[in-house]
Design a protein. Sequence first.
Length: 217
Amino acid sequence: MASTAFVPLFPLGNQLVPGLVMPLVLFEPRYRELAKDLQTMPTEERRFGVIGIKAGREVGIGGASALFEIGTIAEVSELNENPDGTFNLQAVGSRRFQLLGLDDSRDYLQAEVEFLDEPDGDDPEDAAIPVRRAFGAYRDAVGLRVDPSLLSPRLLSYIVTAAMVITPEEKQELLAAPDTSARLHLARRRLRQELRIISALASLPAVDLVHSEMSAN
């Protein structure tokens, strides 16, 4: 039987992936309330769900108007209140979940979620080989400091998801992949696409780059 839970929900413009450390500064009243509620919980129970915003924005009146269906639980590792009433929070992504239903009875959203398994799929080690190679090239091109040879296939699939500068929709596709092997195959295609773009930009004369139109995608 699938495992479910009722958790506070934090919509963000960027996806959180399992294994990634996420620092936040909470300044909106609704998220200050969330922080105060988290403080009342036992340390091992301090968690909330991070879900990507499909339409809308993180802050302000109205906020997010549509959310993606797959998100990640954030386990709180540090939570400190500042003199001005804001909070510094650090959390680590743990389990993925599927959104089942929303509850807006509090100032911040809450949700019923179903936790997702993390199957390996077919031959994750084989699928990881070209991704390690492509991610090594991408790392060198953009100046990251991570050694893909030290990462397990599952962690590699999530680190690549977090590291690539791609659209939220593309990141969501990777996050929602049904298993590690499928995510690695998707990551390989995305990495090749990003490396082609980087190579094309590097080959442009500076004057052409200055006058070319930049795309948000």
